[in-house]
Design a protein around this ligand. Structure first.
Ligand SMILES: [Fe+2]
Length: 396
């Protein structure tokens, strides 16, 4: 049939989420918003999705996690949509303003569709000239939504057009395209700017990795009154916690802990549970959070492949992968194991053949009740999935 390769044995198993950490957008909302961005769908759909999300925010136990984990290209716009609604809600915007805000947030980067593909699809950092081209996207966005046939029957308010045009303006006047400052920038555009910057920092991007949520949180805080509207940042710090209750975090000693109670007063030092103990990071200053375990729905594959880990000086341990992503693996080590740390070398094994060794870093570990050890390793740019599935192919 002209196919060169067929993937075998790759079954995605989306992780279970607790009701506490459920994002405010449902899978049906995601489908609807993606259809709108692809040119099908209606302005009324945005309103119904926004009202549904606001209802979930107003529940007696509102969700504490708002972002959809996964591919930056697909989910960034939707995460900006969700975060903007959270911030608009925290700032007590009225229903009409929230719908305008949501529409502007969804369409804020629509102008990028008109930029040259060679710039948008470039895997590495952009040159100064290419950055200049990208800077046209707010104005191109306004042109697109006011002229394109697919938006022809929409009623786009001046607020929506302002949000699209001004979402890269900065509070101190350092933004583009018009260099507006302070109150000259619309409230909706200021909200979308905060959501856009935060989500870009905490997402895996094609050209760079994600920043730890705590660092992104601190960065937004440090930008208040400078690049970002302090009123919006205040609402952000109050409502968006870097380590929400129920999330899994990696401690500075590489143990995995679960956040038991998060508070806006000490957002970086919540109460956590690890190995059956409760630790209040507010008082236990020797420990800190180094990162989060992000549930990723799309880019992980459950594949059980035997792995040999070379720990140096002819010392090796064996295990098997639980899941794999292009540059990371979750591995169960066989037998009762002590904690591992630092750099290791891993090799996949199939039918007696070992793959090339790959350098990887142990990011976290978690002890099972029966003495087993599960570890998370990261090997940037290693194409682990190709390496492991290549072996599976060779083995027939
Ligand atoms: Fe943008």
């Amino acid at each position: 049939m002209g196919l060169e390769r067929v993937a075998l044995g790759c079954i995605e198993t989306p992780r279970k989420r607790t009701a506490e950490t459920l994002p405010i957008l449902t899978p049906a909302d995601v489908d609807l918003l993606m259809a709108i961005l692809a040119g099908q769908g209606d302005q009324g759909d945005i309103r119904s999705v926004a009202y549904g999300a606001l209802r979930r925010l107003g529940d007696s136990r509102p969700p504490t996690e708002f972002r959809i984990p996964g591919s930056f290209e697909y989910h960034h716009t939707l995460n900006v949509f969700a975060l903007s609604l959270v911030l608009g809600n925290a700032l007590a915007c009225g229903p009409a303003q929230l719908v305008s805000l949501a529409t502007g947030a969804l369409l804020h980067d629509v102008g990028k569709q008109l930029l040259p593909q060679r710039v948008m699809a470039k895997p590495g950092p952009l040159t100064e000239q290419e950055r200049e081209v990208v800077r046209h996207h707010p104005i191109l966005g306004v042109t697109l939504v006011t002229k394109a046939a697919r938006f022809g029957h929409w009623r786009l308010s001046p607020e929506i057009l302002e949000t699209i045009r001004q979402h890269h303006e900065r509070f101190d006047g350092s933004g583009y395209p018009d260099g507006l400052r302070g109150a000259a920038i619309s409230r909706s555009a200021s909200i979308v700017a905060v959501a856009d910057i935060f989500d870009a920092m905490v997402s895996d991007k094609p050209y760079s990795g994600r920043a730890p949520a705590g660092l992104a949180h601190q960065t937004i805080r440090s930008m208040a009154g400078r690049q970002l509207d302090p009123v919006v940042v205040e609402a952000f710090l109050r409502r968006v916690l870097p380590y929400p209750t129920g999330s899994e975090v990696i401690l500075s000693d590489r143990r995995v802990a679960r956040v038991l109670r998060a508070s806006a007063d000490t957002p970086l030092r919540p109460l956590v549970g690890v190995d059956g103990l409760e630790i209040d990071l507010g008082t236990e200053r020797a420990l800190e959070i180094r990162g989060t375990i992000v549930p990723r729905a799309g880019d992980r594959t459950s594949l059980a492949v035997p792995v040999r880990m070379n720990l140096g000086e002819a010392h090796a341990v064996w295990g098997k992968t639980v899941d794999l992503s292009p540059d990371g693996a979750c591995i169960d080590l066989v037998g009762d194991r002590q904690a591992l740390g630092g750099d290791v070398e891993i090799q996949f094994c199939e039918a007696g053949a070992l793959s090339e060794p790959v350098r990887a870093r142990v990011c976290w570990f978690r002890k099972g009740g029966d003495g087993t050890l599960r570890i998370g390793v990261h090997a940037r740019g290693a194409h682990l999935l190709d390496l492991a599935s290549g072996l599976t192919r060779q083995a027939g």
